[in-house]
Design a protein around this ligand. Structure first.
Ligand SMILES: NC(=O)c1ccc[n+]([C@@H]2O[C@H](COP(=O)([O-])OP(=O)(O)OC[C@H]3O[C@@H](n4cnc5c(N)ncnc54)[C@H](OP(=O)(O)O)[C@@H]3O)[C@@H](O)[C@H]2O)c1
Length: 351
């Protein structure tokens, strides 16, 4: 590794179960075979960050470093790396461990799981994408049994672009980060109409991504079926519930057509007595670093989609103060104070 790179860095540690956070030093890792070392310029927050803290889940050992969404610059490459080079601007999804987490200044990733950031997208914007894109793409296109996807033909596969032309799709929560990415993949897949539930203040936002019809999510879920029939009389065989609270799941399941698939982002909560044969449910896990081949497929296409504007980033809500700002910023997500935006910070600003 270059002698100009630091050997230690600042990281935000979660010290104990449900406990406090503290900025302290961590080693800067050397990239292994096929890996790159990234200087993180921007990191974004996800609901899972506060959930892991508050519910003490998926954390094998303390102290622990959280953080999944990253955008930065390649500063060193390991042996055999051919797809990226030092100086490339890239985005990627981290993994919860001291070496690969994102709430620190440097991290490592496989060269197969990074995407180059085109010059028209800032680091802040780019950091809004990894988890959302992965969760959307896995949910729509990954194999059912293996990765929890609906097994639709992906737009990057032969015949995949526009494959579902003139079939309706409903996306519950189109202004969420995951929802925004689902709308954009649905557009690539040809779905039409693309119907989504949002607060009216986000109507223009979701239409800018490709939604054709918006339904006011504050009007309640009882009339969802009738509202959709006014837009399309075709069977609704794909619903992506990007919110997946018990009420949205149950409402979505009721209006799903026979033979259809309901894609959920949280655990299934559909009432046992309402379940029928022939209506499928899947729960994707948007985690390319642990997803093997499908994760690589997503990243093999992502750079081109960003370059040509097929996939656009979230609007961002930037918080100053670097890693130290994270504990308070997580409260914005915890208290549902974020609408249509991704909360982003810059690790190099940490004092
Ligand atoms: N399975 C996985 O791998 C995976 C991956 C990522 C996220 N998730 C989960 O997916 C959920 C969404 O994550 P996210 O990062 O996309 O969230 P987010 O961007 O923080 O969500 C905020 C948005 O949710 C919308 N919203 C909230 N309640 C709604 C409702 N009842 N109906 C419609 N829209 C609603 C709000 O819309 P308006 O402001 O327009 O009202 C707001 O824009 C979280 O529970 C998260 O933990 C799971």
């Amino acid at each position: 590794m270059s002698s100009t790179l630091p050997t230690t860095q600042k990281a935000l540690y979660l010290l104990s179960p449900k406990g406090t956070f503290s900025v302290a030093p961590n080693d800067v890792s050397s990239p292994g075979e096929g890996e790159v070392l990234i200087r993180i310029e921007s990191a974004a927050l996800n609901p899972v960050d506060w959930k892991m803290h508050d519910y003490d889940f998926e954390i094998p050992k303390y102290p622990f470093i959280l953080g999944l969404d990253s955008a930065g610059v390649v500063v060193a490459v390991g042996g055999g790396v051919t797809k990226v080079e030092v100086g490339d601007r890239i985005l990627h999804q981290g993994l919860g461990n001291l070496r690969q987490a994102v709430f620190q200044e440097y991290t490592v990733a496989s060269e197969d799981l990074v995407a180059k950031i085109p010059s028209h997208i800032s680091f802040d914007e780019a950091s809004s994408l990894p988890v959302a894109v992965a969760t959307a793409a896995v949910g729509l296109y990954a194999p059912k049994a293996k990765d929890g996807g609906a097994a639709l033909i992906a737009p990057w596969k032969e015949g995949g672009i526009g494959k579902y032309a003139d079939q309706p799709i409903l996306i519950i929560g189109g202004s969420s980060s995951v929802g925004q990415a689902v709308i954009q993949y649905a557009k690539l897949s040809g779905f039409n109409p693309i119907i989504t539930t949002v607060s009216p203040s986000n109507n223009d936002l979701v239409k800018s991504f490709g939604a054709t019809h918006t339904l006011d999510r504050n009007k309640g879920l009882d009339t969802l079926g009738e509202s959709i029939k006014e837009i399309s009389s075709k069977p609704l065989t794909v619903i992506y519930d990007a919110i997946s609270l018990p009420d949205t799941q149950n409402a979505a399941y009721k209006i799903l057509a026979d033979g259809g698939t309901l894609i959920l982002v949280l655990e299934e909560e559909v009432k046992e007595e309402d379940r029928v044969r022939g209506k499928d449910m899947v729960t994707p896990w948007g985690n390319p670093p642990l997803q093997g081949e499908f994760g690589k497929e997503i990243y093999a296409q992502l750079g081109a989609y960003l370059e040509n504007g097929d996939i656009k980033p979230n609007k961002v809500h930037y918080v100053p103060g670097g890693l130290s700002s994270i504990p308070d910023a997580l409260d914005l997500l915890r208290k549902n104070k974020v609408s249509g935006k991704k909360v982003v910070l810059r690790p190099p600003q940490t004092v």
